[in-house]
Design a protein around this ligand. Structure first.
Ligand SMILES: [Zn+2]
Ligand SMILES: [Zn+2]
Length: 378
């Protein structure tokens, strides 16, 4: 990245600099420094970090009014980039494969544009770390990023499956909840020649997995999968423990809780049958379902005009913007970057630079429209 005295970068150069130096959840130190260096040239109040690598800036209008917040996520992924570009990732095994470099640049562009506008009210810009992992929106909200509470909050996510510039949104649930979990089976190890003297954890683990698979095939509107399965190291030794884990996705918190209860019941039945210990271990880094406010979606639709597309169903992917939406009226929408592109998180995804100006202008218009909108009771 650039040295101590950062000059004002074009949005394209800013994005390329981020793309060259991707940083994963919670480690966005240089990313934060670069964002802050660019904000120094603008008439904004930049707040001290709330949780570490976040950046929050406030733009006050000429007259009093309501507050609109705009949020971008800034973290990268542990993916090895496979693009042949001269600004490709310079950090081995790290890549901006979810387009958060572009989100970061779009929000900077919106801040630059909005600094030239006259309006009543305030605009809060939030560059949030750790969306991909650790659901750091939860920590940022807990640390007061929504205090005082904005009247509206918006965010966008680039979308490879949409035509360039098209905007897809929907009222209600837009993204599923995601719960990472592990199941730990504790038996008693022993010699491979004497299974009757041991309590293998492997057979009950296999049985639980098969029961879960049957459950998955029965349930509608929820999905889960096992991504890790670990036990033993030597052919002739029965191990003490087996451990496997996965993610559970649902469209409501109630479904998530119901499914966890079923998982626990399956584990308890296996524990009883095999006289062993089975523990269901949900991760604290939970992503709740993201639920858009209908009136906020109406503002998005109005601003998007002919580019608007009503999304027919929610996505099974998760988004920690859900934590803001639990407290504040708002919406997250998809901004198309071209149908021909590979999916998000793919090592060959290259989000076109051209979407940055388009996204910045969109957020500018969205903020100004929302600021003028009378806030009705929810
Ligand atoms: Zn992602
Ligand atoms: Zn993302």
């Amino acid at each position: 990245m650039t040295g101590g005295n950062d000059k004002v970068l074009s949005l394209k150069d800013f994005r390329h600099s981020l793309h060259r130096h991707p940083e994963i959840a919670g480690r966005e130190v240089e990313t934060q420094r670069l964002i802050r260096s660019q904000l120094a040239a603008l008439p904004l109040e930049v707040l001290p970090p709330l949780i570490g690598t976040d950046t929050v800036a406030v733009l006050r209008g000429k007259r009093p009014g309501i507050t609109v917040a705009l949020r971008a996520d800034i973290d990268a992924l542990p993916v090895e980039e496979k693009n042949g570009i001269d600004w490709k990732s310079e950090i081995p095994g790290m890549m901006h494969a979810c387009g958060h470099d572009v989100h970061t640049a779009i929000l900077l562009g919106a801040a630059r544009l909005l600094c030239q506008e006259e309006f009543a009210g305030n605009i809060r810009f939030i560059w949030q770390p750790g969306e991909e992992k650790r659901a750091m929106a939860k920590h940022l909200v807990g640390a007061g990023v929504l205090e005082p509470m904005p009247d509206w909050i918006f965010a966008l996510h680039v979308a490879p499956r949409l035509p360039f510039g098209q905007i897809a949104c929907r009222a209600g649930t837009v993204a599923a909840s995601s719960l990472h979990f592990a199941i730990e089976v504790k038996g008693q190890g022993g010699h491979g020649s004497m299974p009757h003297r041991a309590r293998t954890p492997i057979v009950p683990a296999a049985e639980i997995i098969l029961e879960l698979e049957k459950l998955r095939q029965r349930e509608k509107g929820v999905t889960f999968s096992i991504g890790v399965l670990q036990s033993g190291a030597v052919d002739n030794v029965i191990p003490d423990t087996a451990r496997f884990g996965g993610t559970l996705r649902t469209f409501s918190q109630a479904d998530c809780e119901k499914m966890q209860e079923t998982f626990i019941a399956i584990c308890a039945a296996a524990a009883k049958k095999y006289q062993i210990e089975v523990n269901f271990l949900p991760s604290p880094d939970f992503y709740p379902p993201a639920v858009n406010d209908a009136e906020a979606v109406e503002i998005v639709r109005q601003v998007a005009g002919k580019d608007y597309l009503a999304a027919p169903k929610p996505s099974m992917s998760s988004e920690d913007f859900a934590y803001y939406l639990q407290k504040c009226r708002g919406a997250i929408f998809a901004l198309g970057i071209g149908r021909h592109l590979p999916p998000l998180h793919n090592a060959g995804l290259l989000v076109p630079d051209e979407i940055i100006d388009k996204g910045s202008d969109l957020l500018r218009r969205l903020a100004l429209t929302a600021l003028r909108r009378h806030v009705s009771a929810r």
